[in-house]
Design a binder for this molecule. Structure first.
Ligand code: CA
Length: 263
């Protein structure tokens, strides 16, 4: 199991990172200042450092330089609110391996963490598949039945989240924090909107709604496409109801009445 050190002074962000990384099987240690970041990094107990640039006691760049003097090989991913080319260059020159600007999506950070830890026991998965749906994580391409499907960046991350947990129910809150990150209104219906987009592009039956609980990807490896069957049954039933109402139930008003009752 990989051990990750997080140096971040904003509790909202560090707890968001810590929860997400723990849920993905990493052991996480949090520190909130530069001096502790250097101290902990040099113990050799960690496999990767996520380093915030705006720390209260010391600039993250100088923290990084001090770490590099003692521990040249520790992978470091820098987090910064400052989204400028100069910062990126400074960060990479100070010896960072990678760089993320806030706000960021958890899935993207996770992908970078995994990339930096490669050579670790867990081989990196580059193509996720379920049934005839596949996502290539390197090229960010999606395809259904061999035919490529255009997904926006956000749709792709949502699809990826589902594909990483096939068959499992994912709550709106989980999806929101995974795909949209920590700075999104928890009351938003954006998850529902994007699930609708995905269904339109990948097939309605693929994602099931569990009322009051969330959504889940129907796992084509272990389940028959039940949602699809349901849909067919519904359509068939609808047709039968209509047919009965027309041919057997007499005229106008009454037929409409019985038709509704039959439903
Ligand atoms: Ca900060």
């Amino acid at each position: 199991m990989s051990r990750i050190l997080i140096a971040e002074d904003e509790p909202r962000i560090s707890s968001f990172l810590s929860r997400g990384l723990s849920a993905n099987g990493f052991t996480v240690t949090l520190v909130g200042d530069g001096a502790s970041a250097v101290g902990h990094s040099l113990t050799g107990d960690f496999d990767l450092l996520i380093l915030d640039i705006g720390l209260p006691d010391e600039d993250g760049f100088s923290v990084l330089r001090r770490i590099r003097e003692g521990h040249a090989s520790l992978p470091v991913i820098i987090l910064t609110a400052r989204d400028s080319v100069i910062d990126t260059v400074t960060g990479l020159q100070s010896g960072a391996d990678d760089y993320m600007s806030k706000p960021f999506q958890f899935e993207e950070l996770l992908a970078r963490v995994r990339l930096r830890l490669r050579g670790d026991r867990t081989p990196e998965v580059t193509v996720l598949r379920n049934g005839d749906l596949s996502l290539d994580l390197r090229t960010r391409r999606a395809s259904v039945g061999g035919r490529s499907v255009d997904l926006t960046a956000r749709e792709f991350v949502l699809a990826e989240t589902f594909l990483r947990s096939p068959g499992q129910v994912l709550s709106r809150e989980q999806l929101l924090s995974h795909v949209w990150g920590y700075d999104f209104d928890p009351g938003s219906n954006i998850v529902d909107v994007y699930v609708r987009y995905l269904r339109r592009k990948l097939g309605v039956a693929r994602i099931e709604t569990l009322r009051g609980m969330g959504y889940r990807l129907v796992d084509a490896r272990t389940e028959p496409p039940t949602a699809l069957k349901h849909e067919n049954v519904d359509v068939a039933q609808d047709a039968r109801t209509r047919w009965l109402s027309r041919s057997q139930l007499g005229s106008g008003k009454e037929s409409e009445h019985k038709c509704i009752a039959a439903r």
